[in-house]
Ligand binder design. Structure first.
Ligand code: HPA
Length: 242
């Protein structure tokens, strides 16, 4: 299997994959469930990051099992989606951002496959955390579809599951973060350690705390994801064959 999709909030369904079956993959970190379906004659994997019914909060996702399972299935490319808040006035709700870098403000996660022992001590280069080739394809495909997708943005990952305070958002903005979300660390780290070509399509669902005029809610996040679901699916499905 060459390509897998990791669906974030609002993306629980592989959409246009057909003949879907479920594979349970046992990894050294636990079992991961991957849906496998076909699209244009090719097998594609799909993983809903929070579980099918959004039952797994960001700090409890088994990121290592998920990425290890994709490696075991011989996946080379991962197209991931994430709902994010924006700290950048130029990135508005409904916009897509093809992320090119991250900041880490998480606190309780496991960040690596390399814990010494059998796996050894490995210091992976993170000059390009997100796959440049896949980023280019996503930006080009979005342009072709007439979908507004910003080429690059810095994703700041917070621990959650609560949303941020206004002071945290001011800090993140000052430190160079454009977007805030709760899941991309350690997902992108593990994918990059595993040598996967990993691309992230972030969808802005709200202006971040203190910038937004109203308190944030998960319902608001899901509503914007729902409104843009078709564009997101189109972008993913048109990028896959390229
Ligand atoms: N903060 C953190 N995660 C998010 C947000 C936010 O404002 N919106 C969607 N996911």
């Amino acid at each position: 299997m060459r390509i897998a999709i990791i669906g974030g909030s609002g993306v629980y369904d592989p959409g246009i994959l057909s003949n879907i079956r479920e594979e349970r993959v046992d990894t050294p970190y636990g079992t991961a469930v991957v849906k496998v379906g076909t699209y244009q004659g090719e097998e594609i994997g799909f993983m809903p990051r929070h579980g099918e019914k959004h039952t797994v909060p960001p700090h409890r996702v088994n990121y290592r099992a998920n990425i290890w399972a994709l490696k075991m299935l011989k996946v080379e490319r991962v197209l991931a989606t994430a709902a994010v808040g924006s700290t950048n006035p130029g990135y508005r709700p409904g916009d897509f951002v093809i992320v090119n870098d991250f900041l880490d403000f998480t606190k309780t996660r496991t960040y690596t496959f390399f814990e010494g022992g059998e796996m050894g001590v490995v210091h992976t280069d993170f000059t390009t955390p997100y796959c440049p080739e896949l980023r280019r394809l996503l930006v080009e495909t979005a342009a072709g579809l007439g979908i507004k997708a910003h080429d690059g943005g810095v994703y700041a990952c917070t621990e959650g599951p609560r949303f941020e305070t206004p002071a945290e958002i001011r800090m993140i903005r000052q430190l160079g973060g454009d977007l805030v979300g709760m899941t991309n660390v350690p997902e992108v780290i593990l994918a990059h350690e595993g040598g996967l070509c990993y691309g992230l399509i972030a969808m802005v669902t709200n202006m971040a705390a203190g910038i937004s005029a109203t308190p944030l809610s998960h319902a608001e996040v899901l509503e914007i994801m729902d409104q843009n679901g078709k564009n997101l699916r189109d972008l993913i499905m048109q990028t896959i064959p390229r």
